[in-house]
Write a protein that binds this ligand. Structure first.
Ligand code: 2AM
Length: 460
């Protein structure tokens, strides 16, 4: 068979994406390390009247690909990808294309790009968001790397992506490993969104004493306004859900320990490495990590026993923090784009996040517009519209945080968002004293406000 494209790795994402590709009229060949999964995939596809071509070896798959050959990898990120790329390179020739669709650490992709360059094989590192359903029926693709390769697979990606109106949720992101990086930031932002929503839920639960039904109604109402988004939508649906095993609501039966797969951690590592703070995302990651110490939390809560009208303030506060959090993530993207000369179009990136992916929301249109008005916008909330909104909603955020603080309800992401906003909008900070202390004990020197140069004081 002459397949348009190949796909390696038939876990759920790979299985669903291959069916998506087949259902869009492309001939797709697949290969998986364990052949049984290939057989499974072909059967599942058959039930949906889709033809997928399965191969027992990588060599066979390669032989059956139209030139230039194109193959998408959807396997466990890390060494497994290196192993597979080394194998693929045995069969691929000049101009053939490798697309890694995994959540890969961007520096790993940069090494692979170099390796492929030696054989004149084109490489794309592509973020894919949308979960299992997105993979099957339309996701958001974030492909970066070889522009030539992008043009070769553009038609396939556009057809398989989610659509908002008629625009496909895919664009060429930039050179190098920028596709991985943008996906990483997408996931970091997703952590922040989720934590802010969870804190809002918690505040209404413990301060307003709303039951799950009422909570669900509030989120449902919010989903019809400025906060309209996939994550708010699934939140109200989660709060409606009954438990199968008891009489209770399911959400009350779920252990409050959150897992993480690593992209939030990577965003933080990058944030720290580059000195571009993302404290809302940091708070979200810390919250997941703190949640794991369940025994310790129980013990400590016994030592510090705490007791566990503002609904509209909360809506405003949540929206305000969302703007602040996106400002942080996009600022990190802007800085790395400048440093690595990726020339990222932040407005276009917001556009492809509009559908398919987990952080999809109407709100993203406004980010696209903000960058359309000024593509060099330094901080998202310096856009006039966002700035005015924050000005209007800030009193609500302060009120929510002060109530939560006096009532001992932990809301780290709200607090971190406000702290960030207050710092980055302050002409003067307390760091002059830090510099004095550093100079005092370590002769680290300091700069002055009134004249040039480095100064050191003999303090004693
Ligand atoms: P498997 O079905 O043979 O386990 C997600 O784990 C996907 O990555 C699966 O399709 C899995 O294949 C594949 N995978 C994981 N490690 C791999 C490796 N070292 N080589 C090839 N495929 C691998």
């Amino acid at each position: 068979e002459e397949c348009d494209i190949g796909l390696i790795g038939l876990a759920v994402m790979g299985q669903n994406l291959s069916m998506n590709i087949a259902s869009n009229g492309f001939k797709i060949g697949v290969f998986n390390r364990t052949y049984a999964k290939t057989v499974d995939t072909l059967e599942i596809a058959k039930k949906e009247n889709l033809t997928i071509y399965g191969y027992k070896t990588l060599e066979e798959l390669s032989k059956n690909l139209k030139k230039p050959r194109k193959v998408i990898l959807l396997i466990k990120a890390g060494p497994a990808v290196d192993e597979n790329i080394n194998n693929i390179l045995k069969y691929f020739e000049k101009g053939d294309i490798i697309i890694d669709g995994g959540n890969e650490w961007y520096l790993n992709s940069e090494k692979r790009i170099e390796l492929c360059k030696e054989k004149n094989v084109e490489y794309i590192a592509m973020g894919v968001s949308g979960g299992e359903l997105g993979a099957r029926y339309g996701c958001s693709f974030m492909p970066g790397g070889s522009k030539y390769a992008y043009d070769c697979i553009r038609d396939i990606l556009e057809k398989c992506s989610a659509k908002v109106g008629t625009s496909p949720c895919v664009t060429y992101i930039g050179s190098g490993s920028s596709g991985n990086y943008v996906k990483m930031i997408h996931n970091g932002i997703e952590y922040g969104d989720m934590q802010l929503i969870a804190e809002s839920y918690f505040l209404m639960k413990y301060i307003l004493k709303y039951d799950n039904k009422k909570l669900s109604q509030v989120f449902k109402k919010w989903n019809e306004g400025i906060l309209n988004s996939y994550l708010i939508e699934i939140t109200y649906k989660i709060l409606e859900k009954k438990d199968d095993l008891t009489e209770n609501d399911l959400v009350d039966m779920i252990m409050d320990i959150a897992g993480a797969k690593g992209t939030g951690k990577w965003t933080m590592l990058e944030s720290v490495e580059r000195g571009i703070p993302c404290p809302t995302i940091c708070a979200a990651l810390d919250a997941r990590n703190i949640s794991s110490f369940m025994g310790l939390r129980n013990k400590a809560s016994n030592v510090f026993k705490t007791v566990l009208d503002i609904e509209n303030d909360l809506l405003n506060a949540l929206y305000c923090c969302k703007i602040i959090s996106y400002t942080q993530g996009l600022f990190l993207l802007k800085k790395v784009s400048e440093e690595k000369k990726w020339d990222l179009d932040l407005g276009e990136i917001a556009r492809i996040w509009r559908g398919g992916c987990i952080i999809r929301a109407v709100f993203l249109d406004r980010i696209t517009n903000a960058y359309k008005n000024n593509k060099d916008l330094e901080l998202l909330f310096l856009n006039e519209e966002f700035a005015n909104e924050i000005k209007n909603k800030l009193p609500s955020l302060r009120k929510v945080i002060s109530i939560a603080t006096t009532r001992s309800v932990p809301i780290p992401a709200f607090s971190a968002s406000l702290a960030y906003f207050q710092m980055i909008t302050s002409q003067r900070l307390c760091l002059n004293l830090i510099q004095a202390q550093r100079d005092y004990f370590g002769s680290h020197t300091y700069k002055r406000l009134d004249r040039e140069g480095d100064y050191h004081t003999i303090w004693e």
